[in-house]
Write a protein that binds this ligand. Sequence first.
Ligand code: AP5
Length: 217
Amino acid sequence: MKAIILLGAPGVGKGTVAEAIRDTMGLTHLSTGDMLRAAVKAATPVGLKAESFMKRGELVPDEVILALVFDRIDRDGKDSAFLFDGFPRTSEQAKLLDEGLARREGAVDRVVLLEAPRDLCIERLCGRLTCRKCAAIYHARNHPPKNPGRCDLCGGEVVTRPDDKRETIENRLDVFKRQTEGLIALYDGRGLLARVNSAQPKEKTIADTLRALGGSK
Ligand code: AP5
């Protein structure tokens, strides 16, 4: 089982890059944020538990996340290649991911750290629009949908995420610093980390990520 991780602060462009490279590289995109939002929308027990954490921009408890991730991995089968977006986010999640992958004859292959200044992440999140149906990502100024309010891909409603409010964005960035940033040293120490500058045009960031992963471009 192959596992690639996209690591980086909120708004750095993890979802945007994942959308662009998953098909080219034949990877199954696993975004814990998208999975949690789907659970909230469907009012499942996981969704009901996660909603208040997400509204505040805090992390959802590790045990909820791990159950969600491995349920999905086991449904897809151990021959799949996964692209993790927004997971792992704590050292405990990273440890449990290693253990869970090892039990399934897998390991983390590569970690791409997307990097951009905090102010740029805030600007991107303040203008972000997301499709409620297929989770496609837009930006009010840089990348608006062709028909205002409607997704180019599926026609779904395009909205501002409830956690894309200035105050919640600031908290999410602080939470990243406090609880997730330590993973950079962890994966760097294991020789798995590649750094990609995402404070550059989207196409360039995507091409640099593909190169870092040994894909084309
Ligand atoms: P999640 O959905 O994972 O949010 P996040 O990590 O805060 O990241 P974002 O989705 O906000 O940003 P992104 O880096 O994907 O940027 P994007 O590509 O959209 O998590 C949400 C919540 O769920 C968490 O707060 C937590 O509560 C919970 N959660 C999720 N996973 C969890 C876990 N493992 N453990 C515990 N809790 C968890 O881009 C942003 C904008 O910028 C877009 O408008 C885009 O068009 C634009 N843009 C992107 N790249 C560029 C570029 N190069 N140039 C110009 N514009 C760009």
